[in-house]
Design a protein around this ligand. Structure first.
Ligand code: SF4
Length: 233
């Protein structure tokens, strides 16, 4: 198992109340991602080599915050791309923190051995399983995401599915199919996020209409979920 000292970090938010809804958490960004989504607003985190090895400083910071935070969320990039993630999870659990994970599900086999060490997952759902490559640029990414989600649901881990939406990729039939696939997968909570179109995304995107995604569509497709929420960023 790779040691925490070898992990490549892209930044830390010491106190966050939004990265793990309902919890106060520190968010640790890990550098590296195998996918290349056009709407990605963290392109500086896509190369693992862009990250810094700084575990001693992070360990010090978390040690000082014991008792002040509920947990630590690993985000990215794609945190499962970091070989030291299992050791990082063990280390923060030893400090007494609960563990949250933001993932797109690109590594189902790396996820499997971590299932009993995760308290919550924010699972990024790009689109219909069959259309993933249109967004990620990587063949087979939808099947890996589908398998990861199935493993999380089977393990009974509390999770929130979230989708970053832009009309370039997401029309009404696409969203309806996504809703059907997520209900079938056993997802209870789904969040829609408006794609950012400001400079800084991986590819330039047309500005979003102000009323998009349509709240009426969310109301209709939300039937069968415990909650379908439109989150403004
Ligand atoms: S948005 Fe796509 S490319 Fe960017 S970090 Fe997430 S999975 Fe990787």
């Amino acid at each position: 198992m790779a040691a925490p000292e070898s992990a490549r970090f892209g930044g830390v938010v010491p106190f966050s109340s939004c990265d793990w809804p309902g919890r106060l958490a520190a968010t640790v960004f890990l550098a590296g991602c195998p996918w290349r989504c056009g709407y990605c607003h963290n392109p500086h985190l896509l190369s693992r080599r862009s990250g810094e090895r700084d575990w001693p400083a992070l360990h010090r910071l978390l040690t000082q915050r014991r008792g002040l935070l509920d947990g630590v969320v690993f985000s990215g990039g794609e945190p499962l791309a970091e070989p030291a993630l299992p050791a990082l999870i063990d280390a923060v659990r030893e400090l007494g923190f609960k563990v949250g994970l933001h993932t797109g599900g690109g590594y189902p086999d790396r996820l499997a051995p971590l299932l009993d060490r995760l308290d919550w997952v924010g699972f990024d759902v790009k689109t219909m399983w069959s259309s993933y490559a249109d967004i990620t640029g990587i063949a087979g990414s939808g099947e890996r995401a589908r398998l990861s989600l199935a493993r999380l649901v089977d393990a009974g881990i509390e999770l929130e599915a979230r989708s970053t939406l832009h009309p370039h990729w997401h029309n009404e039939p696409t969203l309806a199919t996504m809703a059907e696939q997520l209900r079938e997968a056993g997802v209870r909570r789904w969040v829609w996020q408006r794609a950012r179109t400001a400079p800084g995304t991986l590819k330039p995107l047309a500005p979003l209409p102000p009323d998009w995604p349509p709240p009426r569509l969310a109301e209709r497709l939300g039937r069968g979920f415990e909650a379908l929420t439109i989150r403004t960023q």
